[in-house]
Design a protein around this ligand. Structure first.
Ligand SMILES: [Ca+2]
Length: 361
């Protein structure tokens, strides 16, 4: 095993104006990492439990990183009684595998069932979400065509004759039972009428378009206030808890969203939540598809503090104090996000299988 190496080019600019009350800093960088140190799965499914992975260097592999950071510092108001300043930054980064040095794409399992969830492959970011795409939901009116396709498929030894035109949806090799109304079906990417490993693609990215943070501090006479915020935009999160709490298997509590599931043609739900079906048989619901990827964008208030400076109300010397301040502070005051899991920041810093939310144990 050897060292991974990185070469980097930076271009930075610092500027200030308005008597230093407005300052900003821009940093643009391009980097290339070589001789990548990776934790490579030994099994085909990339199950990372137990001794199934090995740390190794990928010789002649390289990864391109490019990004820009912008920081702004504004002292918006400066007066005897009232001061207000704002510090903010925004960061954009993109990474792309340029070469794996001739090695095959590297699969990983960042979920909780033994199926692949991520893949590192040339042309995509490291640890991209990898799986099948949902085409839609099967409805009762489709069943005659589904069964007619199935009869042809079985008669032809589990494949379709060349040139056969599907009446309904591709047949999933992942499921041991035929499609029923309320099941989701997958998109056939190579057009052979069957869903298998060949239909998997990069289906999403755990990396945001940009992340940002800002904080403001203000004081008016004795009162001071500060608040900090951060957020990310455009990334997806694999909510691995969904395997358990969005499946109606009856093994635990479920998201309130499953109330919108398909029950019958009279009660079809919202058209997105599939019927209650045990993963062991209708295992379309346990394979990684874009069904499990959620928008991981969020906006969070990390801290708010309100303080009162009591120095003028107390004889500090007499009391033996250097200062007296009363304050209340709230950490993680609120998070605005469409993500259903516990924390949209889940697993973002995992190198090989980023952006996978786990259930609490
Ligand atoms: Ca196919």
């Amino acid at each position: 095993m050897g060292w991974e190496s990185t070469s980097q080019f930076n271009f930075g600019l610092d500027a200030a104006t308005w008597h230093n009350r407005l300052a900003f800093n821009v940093n643009y960088y391009i980097s290339r990492s070589y001789n990548l140190l990776i934790n490579r799965p030994l099994s085909a499914t990339g199950n990372t439990s137990g001794a199934t992975t090995i740390w190794t260097n990928l010789h002649d592999a390289n990864i391109h990183n490019e990004g820009i950071d912008l920081q702004v510092d504004v002292k918006a108001i400066q007066s005897k009684d009232f001061n207000l300043s704002i510090v903010g930054n925004i960061t954009h980064n993109q990474n792309r595998v340029v070469s794996l040095g001739g090695a095959s794409p590297i699969p990983y399992n960042g979920g909780e069932r033994p199926y692949q969830t991520h893949q590192t492959q040339v042309g995509s970011p490291v640890g991209s979400f990898y799986g099948v795409k949902v085409g839609g939901m099967v409805r009762e009116k489709d069943l005659a065509a589904v069964n007619s396709d199935l009869a042809v498929y079985k008669a032809n030894k589990n494949s379709f004759p060349t040139g056969y035109k599907l009446q309904a949806f591709p047949i999933s090799s992942y499921s041991s039972t035929p499609l029923e109304a309320g099941d989701m079906y997958f998109r056939d990417m190579n057009g052979d009428g069957v869903i298998n490993e060949a239909d998997k693609r990069v289906i999403g990215t755990p990396y945001p378009d940009f992340t940002y943070g800002f904080s403001l501090t203000a004081n008016y006479k004795m009162v001071d206030f500060s608040a900090s915020f951060n957020g990310s935009h455009g990334n997806q999160v694999l909510d691995a808890q969904d395997y358990y709490i969005r499946n109606m298997e009856g093994s635990g509590n479920n998201y309130v969203q499953v109330d919108q599931r398909y029950r019958s043609e009279a009660r079809p739900g919202n058209g997105h939540e599939y019927r209650a079906s045990r993963g062991g048989t209708q295992s379309n619901s346990t394979r990684l598809s874009d069904y499990y990827l959620q928008d991981g964008s969020y906006f969070r208030c990390t801290n708010m503090t309100l303080g009162l400076n009591l120095n003028k109300l107390v004889d500090l010397k007499k009391a033996g104090l250097s200062g007296l301040r009363w304050y209340v502070s709230v950490d993680n005051a609120f998070t605005i996000t469409r993500y259903l899991g516990y924390n949209p920041e889940a697993g973002l810093r995992q190198r090989h299988q980023p952006g996978a939310g786990r259930r609490l144990r």
